[in-house]
Design a protein around this ligand. Structure first.
Ligand SMILES: *Cc1c(COP(=O)(O)O)cnc(C)c1O
Length: 236
């Protein structure tokens, strides 16, 4: 597709998503509109550049290899990079070179790896860390986040690690369930966290399919991929 056509398509999609966010914010009686993070995984750096030109300030990526290539190519653009995917400890060193925030902190070993990586990296700012909460009612802890009962312990470890800022909680609504009910549980996890860590106000929730429910439940950050960029080559 020609660049001008792609630009027009992205502008159109963005306008639609922003209108949905505006409507959901009003419907929820909120006056603080959540931050849109456009999830650009599987889409080329050229798309990210177009998005930046269209006023997008925050982007999300879920694989280190792809993200580090894109951020290198796009150095200098005024973008905040959010890492939102499962993260192996041996990738921590790479991620702290370009990420402003990691939404997917889900175990103690990852907190120490990120802490060590930040200590040896040349960063101007702390790394914002969010605890990923597993909202699957059948969940065992591990993949896809910690159980709600384990959030405070991991939050405390983040808060005690120099170079990391305990910034909030993140979740993906379980497949097949009611997202409103799941996001309500995330909101109560967030309430427990902010009671202990008053600055940790980020609530990262809501994707293309369930952004309205996330806004209603108090999300501060929405992670939208498909409805801005179109379908990805590979479904993950
Ligand atoms: C891919 C991804 C998104 C975006 O999902 P869409 O359905 O494409 O909007 C949001 N959050 C996470 C963690 C993702 O991996």
């Amino acid at each position: 597709m020609a660049e001008a056509d792609r630009r027009a398509e992205l502008a159109d999609n963005l306008a639609r998503v922003r209108a949905r966010i505006g409507a959901a914010t009003a419907a929820a009686g909120r006056d603080d509109e959540p931050q849109l993070i456009v999830v650009t995984k599987f889409h080329p750096a050229s798309d990210v550049r177009l998005l930046a030109g269209l006023g997008v300030t925050d982007v999300g990526e879920n694989r280190d290899q792809e993200a580090s290539a894109k951020t290198a190519e796009l150095e200098g653009l005024p973008l905040t990079w959010h890492f939102i995917g499962q993260l192996q400890t041996n990738k921590a060193k790479s991620v702290v070179r370009y990420a402003d925030a990691v939404h997917s902190v889900d175990r103690r070993a990852l907190v120490s790896a990120l802490g060590k990586a930040v200590a040896s990296a040349e960063r101007e700012r702390d790394l914002a860390c969010l605890v990923q909460v597993n909202l699957d009612p059948e969940a065992a802890s591990g993949r896809g986040g910690v159980l709600p009962s384990e959030v405070l312990a991991l939050a405390g470890l983040i808060a005690d690690t120099p170079g990391l800022t305990m910034s909030g909680v993140m979740a993906v609504a379980p497949r097949g369930g009611d997202p409103a009910e799941a996001f309500a549980r995330l909101a109560s996890a967030s309430a427990r966290v902010t009671e202990r860590f008053p600055g940790a106000t980020m609530v990262s929730a809501g994707m293309s399919q369930d952004l309205e429910q996330a806004v209603a439940a108090g999300a501060t950050h929405l992670r939208i991929g498909t409805d801005v960029l179109g379908a990805r080559r590979t479904v993950r």
